[in-house]
Ligand binder design. Structure first.
Ligand code: NDP
Length: 284
């Protein structure tokens, strides 16, 4: 069995505790960090996420400004609400809960968020700054993976990293952060030839695919570190993209699902919001 089952819940609790300390310092200086979450429509999973984020905000000491809009909301109304949060000095971070209904333009709505308030790291300015290696809010899930690696004293420098998945939300920013951390990175996708062979080259293998249990022991080099970003609902269970029971015996470290990367995404959102509030104070 892997030496390390990476405990995302414990690391996420430490990230929230650190964010809470910084939030308290801000409040002592008269600034209450504020996060606005905009939810459009009545998708139950998105609604549950937003409720959990509100709970995280309470724990960390961040004021929530949430707006729940009906699914027939127009682009104009959505962007008007984003504009109002952009103007509101009590709001330091704005998060548009994705996905939004198909009749709305996601790219335009994200671009409308003021880059300084983009705590999700999806704004083109944030992504551009990340590509250039400049300070920016990093997308919460990939940054959560980096935090897990740091928490386990795993330094990607010089290691071969393989990321399976090239989405804008996970795979691409994940690859960029690993490059910044001096890993040698290969990004795979549905057109990759000999995916198992490429994955077996990895010292650090990140699966962000959305295919339950696809990565089994034939994809993994013995001793590799395996990070499972996937969250897939199979019946009434949540499972990852990695066949945990088959891979854990040969990996040196592995994240479980649930309880691995999942809790980190929300914890990093809290840290990004506190950082945005600190930056707002500094820029005054
Ligand atoms: P997308 O569907 O946007 O991207 C999936 C990627 O996987 C694509 O690049 C796709 O390739 C690739 N892929 C699909 N099938 C295969 C295959 N058979 N072989 C190789 N590559 C394949 O998903 P996301 O990136 O948004 O999410 C990925 C997973 O992570 C999902 O399970 C999602 O639920 C989970 N997730 C978890 C989060 C967390 O907090 N832990 C946060 C966000 C997502 P191609 O580009 O060629 O189509």
């Amino acid at each position: 069995m892997a030496d390390t089952i990476i405990d995302g819940k414990a690391v996420a609790a430490r990230v929230r505790a650190a964010a809470a300390l910084r939030a308290r310092a801000l409040r002592d200086a008269g600034i209450e960090p504020g996060l606005a979450v905009v939810l459009v429509g009545d998708d139950p999973a998105s609604g549950a996420y937003v409720t959990m984020k509100e709970r995280d905000c309470d724990e960390v000491g961040i004021r929530s400004f949430d707006t729940r809009l009906p699914s027939d909301t127009t682009q104009e109304t959505l962007e008007g609400i984003i504009d109002a949060f952009n103007e509101d000095p009590a709001v330091h971070g704005i998060l548009l809960q994705l996905p939004i209904p198909r009749h709305l333009d996601t790219e335009s709505a994200i671009a409308r968020i003021s880059p300084e308030k983009d705590v999700d790291g999806f704004h083109p300015v944030s992504i551009g700054r990340m590509v250039r290696g400049l300070p920016a809010a990093h997308a919460c899930t990939p940054e959560g993976v980096m935090e897990l690696l740091r928490a386990c004293d795993i330094d990607p420098a010089g290691k071969r990293a393989v990321v399976v998945g090239r989405s804008v939300l996970v795979g691409k920013p994940m690859a960029l952060l690993l490059i910044e951390a001096n890993a040698t990175v290969t990004v795979c996708h549905s057109r990759t030839v000999d995916l198992p062979g490429v994955c077996r080259e990895a010292d650090i293998l990140v699966a962000a695919i959305g295919r339950p249990g696809m990565i089994d022991e034939t994809y993994v080099k013995p001793g590799a570190i395996v990070i499972d970003v996937g969250i897939n609902r199979v019946g009434d269970r949540l499972v990852g993209d990695v066949a945990f029971d088959r891979v854990a015996p040969i990996a040196s470290a592995i994240t479980p699902v649930p309880g691995g990367v999942g809790p980190m995404t929300r914890a990093i959102l809290m840290a990004n919001t506190v950082a945005a509030a600190e930056a707002a104070v500094e820029s005054k």
